[in-house]
Design a protein around this ligand. Structure first.
Ligand SMILES: [Zn+2]
Length: 364
């Protein structure tokens, strides 16, 4: 999660606030609308209830391969001393890029670049003095079985604040948690592919760099997209999903959702229905309010997609005492919550990728 965009965002908000202020009423979908929206791909494909059940169980089977133990293993690596806080362009970030790349290689999940290189190189000058060296986005890809030219992007930033005054800023929650979630979601989808149940639309697993210094990695990707933005159906962005904030001490099974209803009513309804059906987390829309002073909608990588009229959902656990401190460590992660939230994103991506019709953008 980025700290430095607040004033910048405020300007944007002032510029577009008047046109959006009336359209952000939160819609509570009725269960009948929701189930129609999410299940249309299934209902168009199957003939009876037995088949319906079978198809639904597939998603569940793969989602349950996302486990606390697996998440913990990956997250502890990314947030270890070896990676030195993963500052953009520094050795620790490049080590993390290598680790993520090897993870995909070992699973047989290919690179997004047609030459087989997982890395999207970003020259040092692009960071406008905020980082000294060039850096890399890591981009993996699963090709859709029926609509390969439509793309769902799952993103998380893997850079963090580095090492300052001999203190490593581990960034376990920010954003090793999202990075790990994207990797395990990819692994679950690859299991589906291996069993012949791969997604209809293509999936792009986008690990961006340069987030903490100003959302540069996602900006670079959207300015130099590997796959056309006009065919990019949605972006699900995960930034800090392994902890909880003080407001949810009594109700930890929650996640903040931001942006789901901003461009596509269907996306919001699909997201609600998917959660109701599979994960039952409490979805908190506090920060989805245009008038919320935190302006989180503008403060992570999804915003570069939203700017391009691509529907997004931002998954977030709120801030806590360890936010942007060297004390954001792997032992403080709630792996049970991380698992549930990663599964929610998996199911949501599953529905978006497999539904019959592409999500409709009906708002500006
Ligand atoms: Zn951050």
């Amino acid at each position: 999660m980025n700290k430095i965009l607040i004033s910048f965002s405020f300007v944007i908000f002032m510029a577009c606030g008047s046109s959006q202020s009336s359209s952000n009423n939160q819609t509570t979908s009725t269960s009948s609308t929701s189930s129609t929206t999410t299940m249309d791909h299934v209902e168009n494909k199957v003939k009876d209830k037995a088949d319906l059940k079978l198809i639904k169980d597939f998603a569940k089977e793969y989602a349950t391969s996302i486990t606390e133990a697996e998440l913990k293993k990956v997250l502890y690596t990314l947030a270890s001393d070896d990676y030195a806080g993963r500052f953009t362009g520094e050795e620790g970030q490049k080590k993390a890029a290598k680790f993520i790349t090897e993870f995909y290689t070992n699973l047989g999940i290919g690179a997004a670049n047609s030459d087989g290189n997982y890395l999207q190189n970003i020259p040092a000058e692009y960071f406008k003095g905020h980082a000294k060296n060039s850096s890399e986005n890591v981009v993996a890809f699963i090709k859709g079985s029926e609509k390969p030219d439509e793309y769902v992007v799952l993103s998380a930033h893997y850079d963090h604040l580095g090492t300052k005054n001999d203190k490593i800023y581990y960034g376990a929650d920010d954003d090793a948690s999202g990075t790990t979630a994207v990797m395990e979601i990819a692994k679950a989808f690859q299991k589906a592919v291996a069993a012949g149940n791969g997604p209809k639309r293509s999936l792009v697993f986008l690990h961006v760099t340069g987030e903490e210094i100003g959302l540069y990695g996602s900006k670079y990707y959207t300015e130099n997209p590997i796959f056309p933005l006009e065919n990019t159906v949605a972006n699900l962005n995960i930034d800090m999903v392994g902890r909880l904030d003080k407001q949810h001490a009594e109700n930890p099974e929650f996640v903040y959702l931001i942006g789901a209803d901003k461009l596509s009513t269907e996306l919001h309804e699909l997201s609600e229905a998917t959660n109701k059906k599979y994960t039952n987390l409490s979805l908190d829309y506090t920060y989805n309010d245009e008038n919320d002073p935190n302006r989180f909608y503008y403060r992570s990588d999804h915003y570069n997609f939203a700017k391009n009229n691509i529907p997004i959902i931002f998954y977030f656990n709120g801030v806590h005492d360890d936010y942007h401190q060297h004390t954001d460590t792997a032992d403080k992660i709630r792996y049970d919550l991380l698992q549930k939230r990663a599964q929610l994103v998996f199911y949501t991506a599953w529905e978006i990728a497999n539904r019959e019709k592409r999500l409709v953008v009906d708002k500006e």
